[in-house]
Design a binder for this molecule. Sequence first.
Ligand code: ADP
Ligand code: MG
Length: 229
Amino acid sequence: MTPIIAAEGLSKSFGARRALRDATFSVQPGEFIAVLGASGSGKTTLFRCLTRLVEPDAGEITLGGQRFSGLSGARLAEARRQIGVVFQQFNLVRRLSALDNVLAGRLAAAPLWRVLLRSFDAGDERLAIEALIAVGLAEHLDQRADTLSGGQQQRVAIARALAQRSRIILADEPVASLDPETADAVLGILRGLTRSSGIAVLTTLHQPELAEKYADRVLRMDGGRLLDS
Ligand SMILES: Nc1ncnc2c1ncn2[C@@H]1O[C@H](COP(=O)(O)OP(=O)(O)O)[C@@H](O)[C@H]1O
Ligand SMILES: [Mg+2]
């Protein structure tokens, strides 16, 4: 099967610090993969290199079998939409509703202004609503982001990644600031999505027991090296 994302020989140094060393791996549709590793082991650098928000020093990335390394400008932006990102800090626009935050993820160009000017079509809105329903927030569409609980905000962030029709979600410490019960719920939702829609999830986690519980496969990072197990 063509992997959703594949990396070969990805490396990145910051000065003398080799943050990522020769990482090679691939992710299949529907896989839930957890990345475990101590703080400073290179997990965030790996994720930033995969989206090319940080440009790797060496290595190749393909998305759905198409070369992602080397793209620039509009073609890079378009290809990048296949990758949804979710962070520890949710990164929502606090004053906007859940629905408008998800719409902002759906719209390609100048998303915030298009949301504020209501410049989107019914198809965009429908996809955004479907994504919020998929994460269990049907009753909170119009609620302001900053009045939602932490777990609900993280679910909005997941819906935002879904509504952009991404094929893989990269989640960097998505449950690090949530209480254990909420963390379980959020990971359960992510896992459910891999089963229901074939989307893949690559997530960093701190707790090995959560990785055991939810992941199909666990990758370990140590000193910038990715160990496929
Ligand atoms: N922008 C940067 N500039 C300099 N050093 C960095 C930068 N980003 C990460 N590093 C260093 O790279 C190493 C890996 O960091 P990081 O990828 O954030 O690890 P993790 O996410 O596993 O905690 C660390 O030693 C960190 O200090
Ligand atoms: Mg990190």
